[in-house]
Design a protein around this ligand. Structure first.
Ligand code: ATP
Ligand code: MG
Length: 358
């Protein structure tokens, strides 16, 4: 394997039409072994893999990369490049066995299940021995068996690996560090994703409680400032009232003048207090703005105004069987009833006929 090195220096990138850059000033070094790339949907994980492997060009900064880089997409629509070569290569025997790739697969790619295609795709990628291997969601939609085979094969990889995955266990098992993406920021944390996210959670929790405390203080200060403004206004009105009281010509003991001075003095004092309170409010607001409280990402799907189907059932299918492929295999199913509020899990290993049934 060629000497590998991978470093990003001040990378800038945005897709056409984006109002905010996806990455700015992104500087990361990737060591040998696997680095997890973690972030919510749309955070730029796939984009990062493509920038790193040269499929996309950064708009600023530099990608220092030596040796061959391979990007392995999540989708498995097309057979991998060099699939035939791999099948007949003498040095592919171990990988073929390890990932259980069968020799007739290139001819019948169209009939392979996703899990089988994924195993083939990754086997070929590993066989090509790239210096940098970037895998996009390799374990999505594959069963436990295939996942185990993949994990073992990936553990053997000796180059620099980037792994985008929502499979926490896989990230924990393979990765020695994680890049957490949250545009436009990206942070590198040591350890598997569980450790990295726990650290992030802690920081977020303390930021959130500091923010809450400051918000309560801000509200209190605002109320106090308002109260003092009212007092100051009352004082000012009172003073205007006193001013109108004519100071008697014979203010022998200067009492009226003293009273006036007292009132205007109080007014100035109240005004100063209001200004002070406002200053405090401003300070707290500024402190609060300095605390970054990340928004929580919701998962799941909401449809506005949606309601459940009022009917008793949407579908009734009496027990029967379905042919699976051309080799005479059959899928036998029991009576099926689908109600308006049904939530149905359809489970089974890859290639068992789940998609066919649907
Ligand atoms: N060619 C493109 N043109 C314009 N916008 C794009 C393009 N490709 C991706 N984007 C946008 O860039 C953002 C990041 O996309 P990307 O596919 O890198 O996210 P991701 O982290 O891989 O998400 P997911 O977890 O859903 O796979 C998204 O908002 C996406 O819509
Ligand atoms: Mg993606």
């Amino acid at each position: 394997m060629a000497f590998a090195q991978l470093a990003l220096q001040s990378i800038e990138f945005s897709h056409p039409g984006m109002t905010m850059p996806l990455f700015t000033e992104l500087t990361v070094q990737f060591p040998f072994g696997w680095t997890g790339i973690v972030g919510p949907n749309g955070a730029g994980k796939t984009t990062l893999l493509k920038v790193v492997t040269g499929e996309l060009e950064a708009h600023g900064g530099t990608v220092n990369r030596q040796g061959q880089a391979l990007y392995v997409a999540q989708r498995t629509n097309d057979p991998p490049e060099q699939f035939e070569d791999f099948i007949w290569a003498p040095d592919a025997t171990v990988l073929k066995a390890r990932l259980r790739v069968v020799e007739d697969w290139p001819e019948r790619w169209d009939t392979l299940s996703h899990g089988e295609r994924k195993r083939a795709q990754i086997a070929v990628a590993l066989w090509r021995e790239p210096a940098v291997l970037a895998l996009d969601e390799p374990t999505n939609h594959i069963d436990a068996d295939a996942r185990r085979l993949l994990r073992r094969a990936l553990q053997e990889f000796g180059g620099i690996g980037l792994l985008v995955s929502h499979d926490r266990a896989l990230l924990d098992e393979l990765c020695s560090q994680c890049v957490l993406l949250d545009p436009p920021s990206a942070v590198l944390r040591p350890g598997g994703v569980t450790a990295a996210l726990a650290q992030l959670d802690n920081e977020e929790t303390s930021a959130r409680s500091a923010n809450d405390a400051l918000r309560r203080t801000e509200t209190r200060l605002q109320a106090e400032a308002q109260r003092r403004r009212v007092v100051a206004d009352q004082k000012a009105a009172g003073m205007r009232g006193s001013k109108q009281i004519k100071i008697p010509v014979h203010d022998h003991d200067g009492r009226a003048k003293r009273n006036l001075a007292k009132v205007s003095g109080k007014d100035a004092y109240a005004g100063k207090m209001v200004a002070q309170m406002n200053q405090q409010v401003g300070k707290v607001a500024k402190q609060r703005a300095g605390i970054e409280v990340k928004k929580r990402y919701e998962t799941g799907i909401w449809v506005d105004g949606a309601s459940f189907m009022p009917r008793d059932f949407l579908l009734r299918l009496p027990a029967g069987s379905l042919p699976l492929g051309g080799d005479g295999r059959q899928l036998h199913f029991p009576d099926l009833v689908l109600g308006g509020t049904s939530r149905i899990a359809l489970t089974g290993t890859n290639g068992l006929g789940k998609s066919t049934l649907i």
